[in-house]
Design a protein around this ligand. Structure first.
Ligand code: BAL
Ligand code: ZN
Length: 854
């Protein structure tokens, strides 16, 4: 199987100046005519090689001449022909079968609509093409389809023709004035409900906004529509970037591999990230919609106007755009809690990826299947790298760099290096050492040692950095680490930024007392693992008194790791310290103004957070300790929990920072209260039946699941009856069932696979069941009889031929077999071998499984 390497990059031999596509749409047989105007870029290139997969080639014309089959070579991957002219036109006619396309890459037909997904390499399933992001072309698209069945025929850019044809067909033509790579091409045809609005840009241009959603769901798109307007305004104000087309369309579909896709002028969204209402969506769903709407919109400049030269540069657009969407979300809600959630993603999923056989730098060096590199490393660690640049250069410097980047590279396909160079040039700041973050994988460890000189009243911190070897890279070099710090010394507090460059450096504080306490890496100013020797008392001091909310939460996280270790050493004899109960009692009695933050501080870390702190994960001890911690808190603080619960039970039934915070706090209390089965039954049932929205309803189900409360079954039944027609809500119900911590889960999942709304073809349904099982049910997934691993393995064997992209994502928890005890290692490796031995395993799955077994 073929591996592509960044080091082998070569500029294209040919460019495609214009791309004129005609689609004659039918679910079983769509005809695609591509008229491509080529220009030779490399005078020595004599052969044109076009990418193409799963296409039936019908005819090729060179200029106006029909080519004979002897004049070209066509195989399962390419169409090749010899060319001598510098400028020429190819007209390529192909046939595809959208309804057979269950991989959902290229053009597919699902749920009665046609839809495309071309990133990363899906366009080659539509026609033969130079399917690479550095070939930018001006696209025109003509769509011909049955007028009644498909009233909306959409593509990128502006609509320039719309007429009825004989035989009940309709023709619509679109032109996109901006040259773009083919991964940004989109086509949608179907019958939708339309919600429209307008947005006036800061320079006074009116943009038509149009959301196309499933019929009957229009009102559920209104929040997303408002979020889009907020995103557009925010990008103008913060980044000075304005929208450039006359229309901005968003289509929501239920069959989609990704969360959403930023196609020029025609975003396609997974309906889960558009359709929300108070009754059907939780506060987290609302948050996700706003953030992903923002993310796709922000791509218009960071991704579309300035795009990637090749796919190894994916973080150029994704890391930067995640940084932008995180900043947007921070301005829309609780800044501290947003940062906490972003850091949790890094500390759990990203650090786990670094420790896995799939470890890679944010700029991967080699790839077998590009779809496998849409990862938390490229996206979220990529965003942390951008954030470090922002920390080093400051807001003004960063914005100067952004302006220079856009000014230099608008309309180009560039590399991460171009971005860093623009930042460097705009600020006259030497970033040569910083660049290592792009090529080096792994999680740096930053060890801190303190020494205090009583005579000099001087505190010296010795900082040592070390990045352990990763599966892809044995040797590591020191990195540039921006370390934000705050020194708390009685009433005095000193903060600053220390930029560490070497393997070992010292940070000295003078005229400080012996009890001065430095808080390092504030707001997680670098994506590293901080190793310190702070005592429980010192950490609790920070957790109680630090002015920075993130620092308080972070200190508590460290405490929880200490307590978990003590629990493992002492077993059931370990009791959480009184000081924690005092702190929690204070938070419950007098919550902070930021109630979402209060709820975070009151939370026992979840399984994934605990697990990631161990090289070898003690599954059973973590589960036992977590349950014991929750029980101790619920027993010690039952009165305060109930009081706090009652005081915050009247949140407004809308999505705003205050109401979200109140609900988060109330439901944190409920989670603890539900541990007392007898006392909490009424509370749970009452909240469930009187809930003013989905957040409160789902919180009851989660709490009762978490606490194995007998009320869970009857409420789940009620929930199913109430929501059986709403698949997005039903997904929540599937996931709750899959997270059931008892052995019953296996029968339940088998039954749910027969549920009328379940479909192996639908990624949302499959993820709702099996991602939830593998990631949110550690007790059953990691069973010592191997039943959990086998369930996932059999699922993957079934799913891989249907949708390899989704299968390859689901396999992730099996890849890290080396993180478990020897019994589990044997079981997981056996499961991986079963996958590898399967005939016809996809490249997607093969790349991951073969690396894991290497
Ligand atoms: N470009 C793929 C989807 C996203 O990151 O926006
Ligand atoms: Zn993106």
């Amino acid at each position: 199987r073929q591996v592509k390497r960044l080091a082998d990059y070569q500029a294209p031999d040919f460019f495609i100046e214009t791309t004129d596509l005609t689609f004659e749409l039918a679910a079983d047989k769509t005809l695609v005519t591509a008229v491509l105007q080529f220009r030779r870029a490399n005078p020595n290139a004599l052969e044109l090689r076009l990418d193409g997969q799963q296409l039936l080639l019908l005819a090729v014309h060179y200029n106006e001449r029909l080519l004979q089959p002897s004049e070209y070579q066509c195989d399962a991957q390419q169409l090749r022909l010899s060319v001598t002219d510098d400028d020429f036109k190819l007209t390529i006619k192909t046939e595809i079968c959208p309804q057979a396309n269950t991989a959902l890459e290229g053009l597919y037909f699902a749920n009665g609509s046609f839809c495309t997904q071309c990133e990363a390499e899906g366009f080659r399933r539509i026609t033969y093409y130079l399917d690479r992001p550095d070939v930018l072309s001006v696209f025109s698209t003509t769509i011909i389809a049955d007028a009644n069945q498909y009233p909306y025929l959409l593509s990128n850019g502006n609509k320039v023709a719309d007429r009825l044809l004989a035989g009940g067909q309709r023709l619509v033509r679109w032109q996109d004035p901006f040259p773009k790579p083919c991964y940004l091409f989109a086509l949608v045809a179907g019958d939708f409900e339309l919600r429209q609005d307008q947005y006036t840009t800061k320079s006074g241009r009116v943009v038509e906004l149009a959301f196309y959603v499933e019929k009957g769901q229009g009102n559920k798109a209104l929040f997303a529509l408002e979020a889009l307007k907020r995103s557009m305004r925010w990008d103008e104000e913060r980044f000075g970037l304005e929208y450039d087309l006359d229309t901005y369309m968003v289509v929501a579909v239920d069959f989609f591999n990704m969360g959403a896709m930023e196609n020029k002028g025609l975003n396609v969204f997974n309906s889960k990230y558009v359709l929300v209402s108070n009754n059907t969506a939780t506060d987290t769903d609302f948050f996700n919609v706003e953030s992903i709407i923002g993310h796709e919109y922000f791509h218009n400049w960071t991704g579309n106007r300035v795009t990637c030269r090749d796919w190894f540069q994916l973080s150029l657009k994704e890391g930067l755009t995640v940084f932008r969407d995180q900043e947007f979300s921070r301005d829309m809600g609780s800044a501290t809690v947003n940062r906490i959630h972003a850091v949790q993603v890094i500390r759990t999923a990203q650090f786990a990826e670094d420790a896995s056989p799939m470890a890679h730098p944010i700029q991967p060096q080699q790839v077998m299947e590009m779809n496998n590199f849409y990862t938390v490393t490229v996206y979220d660690k990529g965003a942390e790298v951008i954030r470090m640049l922002h920390t080093l250069l400051g807001e003004d410097g960063f914005q100067a760099g952004m302006r220079l980047y856009v000014q230099r590279h608008d309309g180009q396909a560039v590399t991460c290096e171009h971005f860093v160079q623009a930042m460097q040039d705009a600020n006259h700041y030497d970033l040569s050492a910083f660049r290592r973050w792009y090529q080096q994988s792994g999680t740096p460890e930053l060890r801190v040692q303190r020494s205090y000189d009583v005579h000099k009243q001087q505190l010296t911190l010795t900082l040592r950095q070390h990045t352990p070897a990763t599966a892809d890279q044995a040797t590591k070099l020191p990195l540039v680490l921006p370390i934000r710090y705050q020194l708390v010394d009685g009433e005095r507090s000193e903060s600053g930024l220390f930029v560490m460059q070497l393997q070992e450096e010292s940070l000295v504080f003078t005229d400080v007392s012996a009890t001065a306490l430095p808080v390092l890496l504030e707001d997680f100013s670098a994506p590293v693992r901080l190793l310190h020797d702070y005592s429980e008392q010192e950490l609790l001091r920070i957790a109680k008194a630090a002015s920075n909310g993130f620092a308080r939460w972070d200190a508590l996280q460290s405490c929880w790791m200490l307590w978990l270790q003590q629990y493992i050493q002492q077993g059931g004899a370990f009791h959480l310290p009184e000081a924690l109960f005092e702190l929690y009692a204070t938070l419950l009695n007098q919550p902070l103004p930021d109630k979402s933050l209060t709820a975070e501080l009151l939370k026992v870390p979840d399984y994934g957070t605990f697990a990631e702190s161990f090289p070898q994960i003690p599954v059973d001890s973590i589960l036992a300790a977590s349950a014991a911690f929750r029980l101790q808190i619920s027993e010690h603080l039952s009165k305060a929990l109930l009081q706090c619960y009652q005081q915050h039970s009247q949140a407004a039934a809308e999505y705003n920072e205050e109401a979200v915070g109140q609900r988060a706090l109330k439901n944190r209390c409920l989670d603890y209260l539900s541990m007392h089965h007898g006392d909490s039954q009424t509370l749970l049932e009452q909240q469930y039946h009187t809930a003013s929205g989905m957040t409160d309803k789902l919180a009851v189900l989660k709490a009762s699941l978490h606490s194995e409360h007998p009320v869970f079954e009857s409420l789940m039944q009620h929930f199913a009856n109430e929501w059986q027609q709403d698949v997005l809500v039903l997904d929540k119900w599937f996931s709750l069932h899959a997270a059931n911590p008892t052995e019953q889960v296996f029968d339940t999942i088998a039954a749910l696979c027969q549920h009328p709304k379940f479909s192996w073809q639908n990624p949302n349904r499959v993820r709702a069941l099996f991602h939830a099982f593998a990631m949110q049910n550690p007790g059953q997934f990691h069973r010592l009889d191997g039943r959990g691993y086998q369930l996932l393995t059999q699922t993957l064997l079934l799913l891989d031929p249907i949708n390899p992209q989704v299968a390859a994502r689901l396999v992730t928890p099996l890849l890290s077999w080396h993180r478990y005890d020897s019994e589990r290692q044997i079981l997981i490796k056996q499961a991986l071998r079963q996958l590898l031995e399967k005939d016809g395993i996809s490249n997607d799955l093969y790349e991951k499984v073969s690396k894991a077994l290497a």
